[in-house]
Design a protein around this ligand. Sequence first.
Ligand code: NI
Length: 138
Amino acid sequence: MEKVVRVGISLDPGLLTRFDDLIKGEGYTNRSEAIRDLIRRRLAERDVEEGNSEVVGTITMIYDHHSGDVTDRLLHLQHHHLDVITVSSHLHVDERLCMEAVLVRGRYGEVRALFNEIKSLKGVLKADLSVTPLSLRI
Ligand code: NI
């Protein structure tokens, strides 16, 4: 394990009070862990923005299976992205609505392209993408 380095930072007292209130509300018991998490989160965002990082994540979608051929199109899309999709779960929400959650792994650019294809299909009412770059392990 790498040796931990101690650093000091200068903050306006008002900003520090607001930060302490924020992290207390989020359950942190010390500033160091909160600051480490903020740094990791920002680095992860930058890695994702660069588009080429390896990510894991989920694509969730809600669709109306009575709407045209959306079910066939979603099935077709998923069979053509076996390199990115690892697991798919389906929930029959009611008589019309279906929800699917797909676990994905791959380059962010590929995952994002698949997500864009899914969300733009007619009949998909809502789709969400959540990813975490594997560089987060630092
Ligand atoms: Ni269903």
